[in-house]
Design a protein around this ligand. Sequence first.
Ligand SMILES: Cc1cc2nc3c(=O)[nH]c(=O)nc-3n(C[C@H](O)[C@H](O)[C@H](O)COP(=O)(O)OP(=O)(O)OC[C@H]3O[C@@H](n4cnc5c(N)ncnc54)[C@H](O)[C@@H]3O)c2cc1C
Length: 380
Amino acid sequence: MKTYDCIVLGFGGVGSAAMRFAALKGWSVLGIDRFGPAHDKGSSHGHTRVFRKAYFEHPSYVPLLQESAELWDELNKRHRTKPSIKQLMNPTGALTVGLAGSETVEGVLRSCQQHQLQHECFTAAEIKRRLPIFNLTDDHVGVFEPDAGYLLVEQCVTAMISQALKHGATIQSDTIVQDWAVDESGLVTVTTDRGVFQAERLIVTAGAWSKDLLPFLHKGLTVLRKQQHWYQLDRVDQKQVNDFPVFLFEEPDGHLFYGVPEIDYLGMKVCRHSGGQPIADPTKLDRSLDNEELSAVESFMDRRMHFGRKRLVHHSACMYTMSDDGHFIVDQVPDHDNVVFAAGLSGHGFKMAPTIGKHLVDVLAGERKSEFDFLRLRAD
Ligand SMILES: Cc1cc2nc3c(=O)[nH]c(=O)nc-3n(C[C@H](O)[C@H](O)[C@H](O)COP(=O)(O)OP(=O)(O)OC[C@H]3O[C@@H](n4cnc5c(N)ncnc54)[C@H](O)[C@@H]3O)c2cc1C
C-alpha cells in the first residue's frame, strides 16, 4: 500500500487550501471527501462569501485576514489566466450599520483602530444619501471598510483543488472516512467505505462532521442549519445595482443580517448571521425552505430597505459549525503531533481558508505561527 506524505480528510473550504499548500511543499497528498469538489452539502457553497478585515469578532483575526487577502490575491493570479474567468475576490467595500455603541459597530472600530485599517465613519443621513435603499433611524451609524468585498466561494474551492492537483495531489471523492488511527511508529491509517489509506501526516478539515472524527471536540461543537436567500428587487434607484457594497446590519435586539450585492440573475443575497436551528446529523440536513428564517430576513428587509417589490429567486441550506465561544479551533490533535485539524469555524471561516490551510501544513512541517495561538484547543 502506498504511504502518502499527507492525507487531507475533507476537501471543502479549508481542506482544499490545506491540500494546495501540502502539495506546494512537495509532499505526496491525498484528499478524501464524502462528496465531490465544490459540492453543496457542507458549509462552502452558495455563490458568495463576505471578505472583510475590520473584524468585529476580535482584532486578533486581523493579521490572519491580512495574510488571507494576499493568499487570495496570489491564487487569483494563478487561476484567472484569461479575462473571461471571473475574479475570485471582488472588492465592493463593506458597510457595517448599527446603533452607535452596538457590538458589531464597536468591534469593527476596535479592529480598525488596533490595526490602522482604512475606514470611514458615517452618520445615518450620510448613509441614506449614498445608499438610499437603506431605511435608517437617526441614531444609526455606519463604518465603511473600502478594502473588503466578496469571494466566489465555489470557484475558490475549485481553484484551490485545481492548484493542488497541478502540484501532484490526488483526490478520492464520494468516499466516507469511517475512522483514523495512529500506530506506535506514527503511521496514520485512514479507514473509509472504499478502502484503507496510509500517510505520515493527517489534516482533519471535516466541517460539520468534525465531532464524528475528532471525538475530543464532541461537547464543544454545535451544528446550526442556516439559510441563504437571493432576491430580485425593484430598486428605488436602479444605479445602486452596480454600486452597492457588502453590508452587515445589527438590529437593536442583537440579530445580525448581511447582504451581498446583486452580481447576476440571482439578485441580492440577504441572510441572517445570528440564530439558526441546531441539527443532530449534517448528512440529513433539511434543504426545504425554512419559513422562520425566511420571515426573519424578509421582516428585516421590509423594515430596513426601500424597494418596490422583492421576489425570492433562490434559497439554499448550509451549516455553521459553532464552537462554544464562536472562535475557530485550529491545533494539533492531543498526543499526535502529526495530526492537525481546523474545526468550529462558527460561520465566519471561509475568508480565512487559505491562511488556515497553510498554517495547518506549516504546523505539520514544524513551523507554528504565534498569530494562531489564540485559536488553539481550549481547556474545558
Ligand atoms: C450560509 C453560510 C454563510 C456563510 N458566510 C460566510 C461569509 O460570508 N464569510 C466567511 O468567511 N464565512 C462564511 N461562512 C462560513 C464558512 O463558509 C465556513 O466556515 C467554511 O466554509 C467551512 O469550511 P470547512 O472546510 O470547515 O467545511 P466544509 O467546506 O463543509 O468542508 C468539510 C468537508 O469535509 C467533508 N467530510 C466531512 N466528513 C467526512 C467524512 N467522514 N469522510 C469524508 N469527507 C468528509 C465534507 O464532505 C466537506 O466537503 C458561511 C457559512 C454558511 C453556512
